[in-house]
Design a protein around this ligand. Structure first.
Ligand code: ATP
Ligand code: MG
Length: 158
């Protein structure tokens, strides 16, 4: 890992801008809860965290509804921050929820809908966060949507 201090707010802004065209093609609006100009410094591998964000946002676009919405939010904790990617897509059945981080695992729904993918995105996400000694989790309600959340270490020196 190449651990460095960086502003997670600008990384999220940069990454959402990169994915805005893909979102438009899927008719999904991409928004954040971030106030511009308020930097939040974290200590992590910037490129790898960008890969995490891309994988989670990409999923929200692939498994979202037409005219759906994806929101990326940052919540400050004590020594960490929590980043959440929330969609209002078709959701993940309770019985499959614990399996989505497994390599090559794809739910029946995503396989039968012919949505491309290899089932590796979330395994990579989990691997990257574990390497940072941070966590990733998911909650979902079928027909309502899904939220993936991960933590990062705050930088103590701004
Ligand atoms: P890849 O990311 O390798 O292109 P993939 O998207 O199928 O392929 P993962 O990102 O690992 O693989 O996701 C695993 C499975 O979890 C998906 O196939 C899908 O069934 C389910 N899934 C992931 N994200 C969501 C989501 N936001 N909403 C609904 N289902 C999801
Ligand atoms: Mg994926």
């Amino acid at each position: 890992l190449n651990i460095q201090k960086f502003d997670i707010v600008s990384l999220i802004t940069e990454t959402t801008e990169q994915l805005i065209d893909k979102a438009k093609k899927n008719n999904i609006s991409l928004t954040t809860n971030l106030k511009n100009n308020s930097a939040i410094f974290v200590k992590a591998d910037r490129l790898k965290i960008q890969q995490v964000l891309i994988n989670l946002i990409d999923n929200s676009l692939k498994y979202g509804k037409m005219n759906g919405k994806t929101t990326i939010s940052v919540f400050p904790l004590i020594d960490q921050i929590l980043v959440e990617v929330t969609d209002n897509g078709y959701g993940i059945e309770e019985k499959n929820l614990s399996r989505v981080f497994e390599r090559f695992y794809r739910t029946d729904k995503s396989r039968s809908r012919d949505i491309g993918g290899s089932g590796l995105g979330l395994a990579i996400v989990k691997h990257i966060l574990e390497a940072h000694q941070q966590t990733v989790n998911v909650r979902s309600t079928e027909g309502i949507g899904t939220t993936f959340g991960f933590t990062l270490a705050k930088s103590k020196t701004n």
